[in-house]
Design a protein around this ligand. Structure first.
Ligand code: NDP
Length: 445
C-alpha cells in the first residue's frame, strides 16, 4: 500500500481497536486503491478515504425482554449508519451471539461498496444484536424484536435508513419488527424495512435474490472461459436463506449440488441434494442439517474437518465470515475447483483470496456476487413507493439484468486498471469511485 493508504489504515486500526473484521475489510479494499488514488488526486485532496472509513453514525442500545420463564434478559442492539452519499442507509440486521460492534462495522463498510455497485440509489448501513434466536420460542423472538424496534424506530425511515434481514433475521423477525414499527409510529410505512411478507408489502424474488444472484454471477464468470454451471458439481456451505436459494438456482442451471452445512457439521449427498427435503427441515421445522440424513438414504453427516475437503468444481461459501481459509483454498485448488463465488459476506480469508487469485481460479467477491439481495431490496422499495407489486418473472428478469451489469462492470473496471479478469479489483474500485465521486459532490457534510 502507498503512504497515504498506509497512514489512513493506521488511523483505522487506532480508532477501531480490536475490531479485526473491520480491519480485514478495510485493508482488502485499500489494497485495490493504489492506482485509483494516483489517477484521481481529487480523492486525496478531499480526504475521501478518511471520510469513507468513519461511519456517519453509530447507535448502540440496550434491548430488555422477558423470556418464557419470566426472566428478564438483556441484549445489546446496534445500528451503524455508514454512508448515505448515494441514498438512504441500507443493509440488514444480524441476530447472532457473536455480533459486536466490529461485526456490524465490517458488514456496514462492505455494504457501502456493494450497494454502490448495484447502481441503485442506496447508501450503506448494517445492524444487529448479540441475541440468539436459535432455540427460542416464537413468543420470545417476538418480544425481543418488539423491544429492539422500540429503540430502533427513531433512527430509521424510508428516506433515512432501511434495514432488512441477515443471519438470524428472516421473514418471521421482519414481521415482528415491522408490526412494532407500525404500532409505535401509527404509519403503514412499507418502505421502512425490506424482506417483508408478500401479503404486506414484500417483493417476489427477494427471498431468493441473494442466492440466485450469486449463482447467476458464478455462471457469468464461467462463461468468460466458455464454460457453464450445467453438469458441474457445486459445493455450498450454510443452510440458511442464501445457501438454500443458491442451491435452487444452481440446480435450475443443471448443476449437481452436493453439500450444505450449519455450525454443527456438513452434509454430503453425492446424488445431488433433495431441496424440498432441505427446505422442509430448515424453513418449516427450523431443524438442523443432521436431520436430513435420517430421511435421505446415501447422504452422510460429517462433523470432522469441513466441506471444502469434498472435491468440487464450484464452491459457494454462503454461511459466515472467514469460513474458508488458505488451507481450504489449497485443497479446493488441488481438487481442480474452477470458480468460487462468495454468497456470504467476507467468507474467504484474505490469504484464501490471495491463493485463489494466484491460481487464476475465477473468484467473485461478496460485494459483487451477493449484491442481488440488496438490489432486490431496492426493487422492493421501488414497489412500495409506487404502491405496486411486480410479477415473479419480471422481478427475476430485473435481478438477472442487475447481476449481469455488476459482473460486466467489474470486468470493465478491472481492465481499465490493468487487472484483466480480476473481480476483486473491479468490485472494490467500481464501488469506491461511485461513492467517492458522490461524497465530493455533496461537499463537506
Ligand atoms: P441465515 O441465518 O439464513 O443462515 C446462516 C447459515 O450460516 C446457517 O446455516 C448457519 O448455521 C450458518 N452459520 C452462521 N454462523 C455460522 C458459524 N459461525 N459457523 C458455521 N455456520 C454458521 O443467514 P443468511 O443465509 O441470510 O446469511 C448468510 C450469509 O450471507 C451471511 O454472511 C450474510 O451476511 C450474507 N448475506 C445475506 C444476505 C441476505 O439477503 N440474507 C444478503 C447478502 C449477504 P447455524 O444455524 O448452525 O448457525
Amino acid at each position: 500500500m502507498e503512504d497515504q493508504l498506509q497512514g489512513t489504515f493506521a488511523e483505522v486500526l487506532q480508532r477501531n481497536p480490536g475490531e479485526v473484521e473491520l480491519h480485514q475489510a478495510v485493508r482488502e479494499v485499500f489494497e485495490s486503491l493504489v492506482p485509483v488514488l494516483r489517477k484521481n488526486p481529487q480523492y486525496t485532496e478531499a480526504a475521501v478515504l478518511e471520510r469513507i472509513c468513519e461511519p456517519e453514525r453509530q447507535i448502540i442500545f440496550r434491548v430488555p425482554w422477558v423470556d418464557d420463564s419470566g426472566q428478564v434478559r438483556i441484549n445489546r442492539g446496534f445500528r451503524v449508519e455508514y454512508n448515505s452519499a448515494l441514498g438512504p442507509y441500507k443493509g440488514g440486521l444480524r441476530f447472532h451471539p457473536s455480533v459486536y460492534l466490529g461485526t456490524v462495522k465490517f458488514l456496514g463498510f462492505e455494504q457501502v461498496f456493494k450497494n454502490a455497485l448495484t447502481g441503485l440509489p442506496i447508501g450503506g448501513g448494517k445492524g444487529g444484536s448479540d441475541f440468539d434466536p436459535r432455540g427460542r420460542s416464537d413468543g420470545e423472538v417476538m418480544r425481543f424484536c418488539q423491544s429492539f424496534m422500540t429503540e430502533l424506530y427513531r433512527h430509521i425511515g424510508e428516506y433515512t435508513d432501511v434495514p432488512a434481514g441477515d443471519i438470524g433475521v428472516g421473514a418471521r423477525e421482519i414481521g415482528f419488527l415491522f408490526g412494532q414499527y407500525k404500532r409505535i409510529t401509527n404509519r403503514y410505512e412499507s418502505g421502512v424495512l425490506t424482506g417483508k411478507g408478500l401479503t404486506w408489502g414484500g417483493s417476489l424474488v427477494r427471498k431468493e435474490a441473494t442466492g440466485y444472484g450469486c449463482v447467476i454471477f458464478a455462471d457469468r464468470m464461467l462463461a468468460t472461459r466458455s464454460e457453464s454451471l450445467d453438469g458441474l458439481r457445486v459445493s455450498i456451505s450454510g443452510s440458511g436463506n442464501v445457501a438454500i436459494y443458491a442451491a435452487e438456482k444452481a440446480q435450475q442451471l443443471g448443476s449437481r449440488v452436493i453439500t450444505f452445512s450449519d455450525s454443527s457439521g456438513y452434509v454430503v449427498d453425492e446424488a445431488g441434494i433433495d431441496l424440498d427435503l432441505l427446505k422442509q427441515i430448515k424453513e418449516v421445522e427450523r431443524g438442523r442439517v443432521s436431520d436430513y440424513v435420517d430421511r435421505r438414504p446415501g447422504a452422510r453427516f460429517v462433523t470432522e474437518g469441513n466441506l471444502w475437503e469434498v472435491p468440487t468444481d464450484v464452491a459457494l461459501p454462503c454461511a459466515t465470515q472467514n469460513e474458508l481459509t488458505d488451507k481450504d483454498a489449497e485443497r479446493l485448488v488441488a481438487n481442480g475447483v474452477r470458480a468460487v463465488a462468495e454468497g456470504a459476506n467476507m467468507p474467504c480469508t484474505r490469504e484464501a483470496v490471495a491463493l485463489l487469485r494466484e491460481h487464476r481460479v475465477l473468484f467473485g467477491p461478496g460485494k459483487a456476487a451477493n449484491a442481488g439481495g440488496v438490489a432486490t431490496s431496492a426493487l422492493e422499495m421501488q414497489q412500495n413507493a409506487s404502491r405496486d407489486s411486480w410479477s415473479f418473472d419480471y422481478t427475476e428478469q430485473r435481478l438477472g439484468e442487475i447481476m449481469a451489469t455488476i459482473h460486466d462492470q467489474c470486468l470493465a473496471t478491472a481492465d481499465e486498471y490493468d487487472a484483466p479478469g480480476d473481480y476483486v479489483v473491479g468490485a472494490n474500485v467500481g464501488g469506491f469511485t461511485r461513492v467517492a465521486d458522490a461524497i465530493i459532490s455533496l461537499g463537506v457534510v
